[in-house]
Design a protein around this ligand. Structure first.
Ligand code: GDP
Ligand code: MG
Length: 183
């Protein structure tokens, strides 16, 4: 089973996919993580297929290659090429739109249709800065994550909170699984 791909030399390259309904903030999570930028319009979605970000895990350099849907999800037409080779996933919903949380099951189903069941997955409730508009409680997010055995966090791409940590969690876990297999 291919749990990772080796880039060059000692470097590890992990493909990670962003999933979730249109407008939940996937492109902005990536913009915040990879470029420390935020866009108030939907410009962030256009053009970027993936971004590669170097990270250090246990003193080793690891590259996270994070894929963005580029708006494909609007037409419910995320292609199998998008999923191919992914070892990690962020399934994102918007805490201010209940409907995006109700879609999570469908995204998990899609993910598991295309990828191995043990693709490392984190459930991400984004836009936690929108406190007054909250429609999904933290407890609801947590309990769904527990029942599906996913990591869980709430983020804000706007104010940066927990964004890097969400990606770190995934990459660290992939790395841990890999090093157990090698040893
Ligand atoms: P995508 O369709 O999932 O890629 O979502 P985008 O990244 O394009 O974001 C959709 C809209 O939500 C844009 O107007 C963003 O500025 C806004 N947005 C994204 N993340 C956040 C966030 O954490 N907080 C707030 N308040 N708005 C956000
Ligand atoms: Mg987008």
């Amino acid at each position: 089973m291919a749990f990772y791909s080796e880039d060059s030399g000692d470097d590890y390259l992990f493909k990670i996919v962003l999933l979730g309904d249109s407008g939940v903030g996937k492109s902005n999570l990536l913009a915040r993580f990879a470029r420390n930028e935020f866009y108030s319009n939907s410009k962030s979605t256009i053009g970027v297929e993936f971004q590669t970000q170097k990270m250090e895990i246990n003193g080793k350099e690891v590259k996270a290659q994070v894929w963005d849907t580029a708006g494909q999800e609007r037409f419910r037409a995320v292609t199998s090429a998008y999923y191919r080779g992914a070892v990690g996933a962020l399934v994102v919903y918007d805490i201010s739109r209940r409907q995006t949380f109700d879609s999570v099951g469908r995204w998990l189903h899609e993910l598991h249709t295309h990828c191995d069941m043990n693709v490392v997955t984190i459930l991400v409730g984004n836009k936690k800065d929108l406190k007054d508009a909250r429609e999904v409680s933290t407890a609801d997010g947590k309990s769904l994550a527990e029942s599906e055995t996913l990591f869980f966090t709430e983020t804000s791409a706007l104010d940066s909170s927990n964004v890097n940590a969400a990606f770190q969690t995934i990459v660290k876990e992939i790395y841990n699984i890999l090093s157990k297999k090698v040893m």
